[in-house]
Design a protein around this ligand. Sequence first.
Ligand code: GDP
Length: 301
Amino acid sequence: ATITERKASANQLPRPPIVTIMGHVDHGKTSLLDRIRQQYGLSSDVVSTEAGGITQVLRAWRVEKGGKSTTFLDTPGHEAFTKMRARGANVTDIAVIVVSASDGVMPQTEEAIAHARAADVDIIVAINKVDLPDANIDKTRRQLYQLNLLPDTMGGDVPFVECSAKTGKGIDELLDSVAVLAELAELTADPTQAGSGTCLEAYLEGDRGVIATLLVQNGTLSKGDVVLCGATFGRVRAMYDDLGRPIEEAGPSTPVKFIGLDEVPDADDPFYVVDNIATAREIAGKRRERRSETDRFKFQA
Ligand code: GDP
């Protein structure tokens, strides 16, 4: 369904924005994410990766400020972001471009901006490391203006936030800016529909089987549902939230970890809840056949 069609459906409700942090290496992406989670993560406890015996941490978290939720994705690099896009997985609503005020704009900063623009997502600029003695905020701002990122005070529509992942300065403002952009974008989804979304990552873990992180983008994913994910399928046997707690269902913009797929899907594979396991098996089987034919063709050529 197109966005217009989806908006027209009766049960559209606001959903949390999905945010990706991008920028030049060492400008503070990880530190900012950590800081945001520390201050506004759903639980003040350390993320319980032991729950359910799952050893790897989810690369997506929900945070909450002033009653508003946001889902942050930890995308492993700009290429992954664009590869996702190329495969039709439009998972991000807002890109936070992090720029160190002591280094200013660097090649990967420009690259990140280009990727965000190509994906047509809203941009927030986070000028980070403003606590450092050699921080040059004005110079950094000017460099960004030259790349056509303009704050509203200059007739643009890009929020600029000056922050420090080290001291915590500006973190509140950053989340407030996310909330404002999200509200303007009127992001909605229909939680009454069958769950669908994108696989963020998946791997095989010992005798537990395939563990997949899915981002539910529309509808609700429930325990017991049959999932078709790329060329793989299975029933949701167990499902965990971003704190490693077992959950029964997950609505729009919620990242979950789940066990039940028969094979490891590709990251970026879309997933859908389907009516029954026979249908899922049939479609997955056809996709596998097609895939192996393509591989054979590539091999011969
Ligand atoms: P990433 O590569 O973009 O994920 O950057 P990191 O989060 O790993 O940060 C790179 C380095 O910069 C680390 O040593 C951080 O401690 C440091 N750093 C990150 N943010 C800040 C900040 O706001 N102020 C200061 N002084 N250091 C920071």
